[in-house]
Design a protein around this ligand. Sequence first.
Ligand code: BT5
Length: 311
Amino acid sequence: MDPTALEPAADFRADQLQSSLADSGFTSVTVLDQVDSTNRWLAELAPEAGGAELSAVVTGFQTAGKGRLDRQWFTPPGVALTFSVACSPHTAAGAPWPVEYVPWLTLIMAHSVTHVVRNLVGVPAVIKWPNDVLVDSRKVCGVLASLVSPPDGSAPSAVVGAGLNVSQRHLPVPTATSLLLEAGDAEAVPGRQALLTEILREFARCYHRVSVDPGAELGPGGDVRALLESEVDTLGRRVALHLPGSTVPEQAVAEGLGTSGELLVRGHDGAARALSAGDVVHVRPTPGEPRTAAEQRAIHAIRDVTAGDRA
Ligand code: BT5
């Protein structure tokens, strides 16, 4: 029998995770052999409002992983990274993050995974708005964030989970991929503990940076905003919008990210709109087909903003 099925979390060491993540602000890192959903598990232990600390849970096997909109996340025992982080988004001065910046946590986690996949595995990952990490148009990771509002009406906590396909050779849907399939060689794929450590470090780095001054980092010209925008491959692309309640996809060009990380698009009729819900599917230009004038304009606008931010 496959040993990963018997001890699906055997490669994680809770004590090592705790000690290597303590200086990133993690007060607890829990390892569970198996659980229904790490997001569900951690939401029940959501941190006290106002605490600066982060906590995390990772499992070797998630038996009822959740996606958005009641969809499911499928990963076999022992071969994927499924984990969640809980935080209480407060500024260094002790005030809750302005509520409009809290949704950026999803993109901060997507960035953390993208960063580690690129730097540790050498695979060209990008973010697909709002919550996917893709390699060569295939999904290697999905992120799911939920808010936990305390009954006393105090500021909500957040639980941000990610599922990263690591060593699977067989994926549950044809649009998915794994690090092993992309790297092509098991030697090139770091262990789950190393991947998790680096992802959590990068998440904490961005989270603490934003917490100093969320408006400065995520507002127009903010450094963290610029970093996230540079990885969101959706920007500058033609997109087909599958909007709630509509059966016919609508064509538009993705032009930027709004105050809360919503996708700003411009339709064929020139009308601008901000999307915070609904699925966005990339429309790939056929090979050799030049970008449309609207796409060129969107790309220049994004480059101008990014260049301005860094100046
Ligand atoms: C997501 O939802 O992509 C969010 C997935 C978040 C999973 C993590 S694992 C740790 C934490 N605890 C949880 O319970 N969840 C989080 P969505 O965008 O709705 O995509 C879901 C869709 O992705 C499914 O309907 C499938 O089509 C597809 N899918 C399912 N399993 C997949 C996999 N392993 N790899 C790629 N695609 C998958």
